[in-house]
Write a protein that binds this ligand. Structure first.
Ligand code: SF4
Length: 273
């Protein structure tokens, strides 16, 4: 497969310069490098600018309700254990409305890869505060500054026991491609939080802000070091923060593999009639 073979023919209508273009390209490159054919890929997205991704990557695709990507992705993976399931959503979608689902997907270690477009605002609705907006940030919905504490997704995921936690940046697209490949290859739930500047409504959090602060990690840090790096708001480290082995959800449920083996479900249907 070549990246261009994942194009659907639809032209993305993101704002010129939006970080979503880099995520789009990195996804296609990662899929091509891994030779994942479109009929073996399910793309799930939430609501928001990131949610449009399902229109632009050739695959089975479903745009879900706001914050509800994880239950849908979980169902798809359980019914189709051999399918690659890739989820795209925004930081408002995943860490606001969907944070409960996120935590339970991590606990289950369902084998899906979740790419979160982290731009610190609700971009599609023209720039309201998100759970990732730092305290004091002035937005349309917080004219006197954000008063709530900020969610740190990496620390949240590590504290909940996520088996793969990484951070990328759309200004480092080759690095991001590699992270997406690692996330897909990981056997279990993979969270990839991606700094994705919203160039239209993102306030100060544009490319200049990240270019000054983003640094690549040369190796995976120890747990304690990972927490410190994730908390650092000035030096923004990208790379894999945490990875370990734990059987994914579908492997811990033998009834799922029995269902897949059965194929002919007539006996199952008979049991209900
Ligand atoms: Fe990208 Fe922001 Fe435009 Fe949405 S509003 S397409 S996130 S730049």
């Amino acid at each position: 497969m070549k990246p261009v073979e994942y194009n659907t023919g639809k032209i993305p209508n993101w704002c010129p310069g939006c970080g979503n273009f880099a995520i789009w390209n990195s996804i296609k490159k990662a899929l091509a490098n891994l030779d994942i054919e479109p009929h073996k890929l399910a793309l799930v997205s939430g609501i928001g600018c990131s949610g449009k991704m399902v229109n632009y990557v050739r695959s089975y695709a479903l745009q879900t309700l706001h914050g509800r990507t994880m239950p849908i992705a979980t169902g798809i993976k359980l019914a189709n254990p051999d399918m690659t399931v890739l989820v795209n959503g925004g930081d408002g979608d995943g860490y606001g409305m969907g944070v409960g689902h996120l935590i339970h997907a991590i606990r289950r270690n369902i084998n899906v890869t979740y790419i979160v477009h982290h731009n610190k605002v609700y971009g599609l609705t023209t720039g309201q505060a998100a759970p990732t907006s730092p305290e004091g940030t002035i937005t349309k919905s917080t004219p006197f500054g954000v008063v709530d504490a900020t969610i740190n997704p990496l620390i949240l995921a590590m504290a909940t026991g996520a088996t793969f936690v990484a951070r990328g940046y759309t200004g480092e697209s080759e690095h991001l491609t590699d992270l997406i490949m690692q996330g897909i290859n990981h056997k279990g739930f993979a969270l990839i939080d991606v700094f994705q500047p919203c160039v239209t409504f993102g306030g100060q959090y544009k490319y200049e802000y990240y270019d000054e602060r983003v640094v690549k990690m040369d190796k995976m840090p120890s747990h304690d070091e990972a927490v410190k790096l994730a908390a650092d708001q000035e030096k923004l480290s990208i790379g894999v923060y945490s990875q370990y082995e734990r059987a994914p959800y579908e492997a811990r449920h033998p009834e799922i593999s029995r269902t897949v083996e059965m194929k002919d479900v007539s006996k199952l249907i008979e049991a209900f009639i």
